[in-house]
Design a protein around this ligand. Sequence first.
Ligand code: FAQ
Length: 342
Amino acid sequence: MQQGGRSAPRNAAEAPVVEALSAEDAAGLENFDRIIAKDSRVEPRDWMPEAYRRSLVRQISQHAHSEIIGMQPEANWITRAPSLKRKSILMAKVQDEAGHGLYLYSAAETLGTTRDDMMDALVAGKARYSSIFNYPTVTWADMGAIGWMVDGAAICNQVPLCRASYGPYGRAMVRVCKEESFHQRQGFEILLELANGTPEQRAMAQDAVNRWYAPSLMMFGPPDDDSPNSKQSMAWNIKRFSNDELRSRFVGMLAEQVKVLGLELPDDQVRFDADTKKWEYGPLDWEEFKEVLAGRGPCNAQRLERRRSAHEDGAWVREAAAAYAEKQAAQHTAANAQKAAA
Ligand code: FAQ
């Protein structure tokens, strides 16, 4: 077991550092273990092992950055959406993703990491964000495929996270999942309309499904045998299901819904295995996944550059907000002093 506030391992999979615990830490650890055993919630003021805290910051910040970088592929189509109605729906969706990023940065802040530090790591290219957002959005049908498949994968992954052991993360996920459901339906509806449109529109929808299928399956992370964080995250009740388990459920969802669209999945090995009760699928190109994670995907450089310039352009807003907060705090202090003197 790792020690709270001590030199615990960098990665949950590394060998734990065993040190003597102070009486306070030992009581904290006992309480923490009890909370996890009861499948209850750890709250920000509870004692927690340093490795648990670090793993949460790792996952939540990665998740927050994904929402923020994830605005770019769809924002790319706001001005080109085919009608005012589609434009306003897409704009609302992209704004929702910004909101998700903000809830998640707030959840990570309760663990003692500042938003500035997380943002600095992102713009410096040192932070992870989901692989999926490094693929280009080349046609309007990609808005449908992202909503249906990318938000669909996000829902499969995030509904179990509503029960994550860390309170602020689980609670943030509840609202995020409600909004993701709307996102998924709007994507499905875009594809449905295209699939029932002209032959060109139908081909465009099929092409988008073909391109987003494998990257959306990779959103669930590496295969279980290659997932260094899963075991410990599941023992801590952060993750509830393994990467492969959720990926298989997602394939099952796609396999049924694609029939309603009248389109096809670009994978002739999709089938339900009655013995294992799991959905099977064809091999995925994990070398491509590694390349994307290493920063060499189709749009990594473009996404980071855009985030950097947006961050720089927004510097005056942050300065103004900080100056306003300082002014408010000074007024508050003066009012309190006046009240105390009266
Ligand atoms: N991309 O040991 P594991 C969305 C990293 S939000 C990049 O299996 P873990 C909404 C992983 O961080 C999408 N990196 O890790 C939306 C780890 O690296 P580290 C984001 C990935 O944490 C829609 C290493 O590989 N969702 O789509 C990926 O147990 C439309 C080893 O992996 C979340 O973040 C990947 N795909 O499981 C927004 C959900 N997969 O940290 C806009 C919360 C793995 O050791 C538009 N996160 N890595 O350096 C999770 O559930 C988990 O963190 C996993 C990975 C499942 C992503």
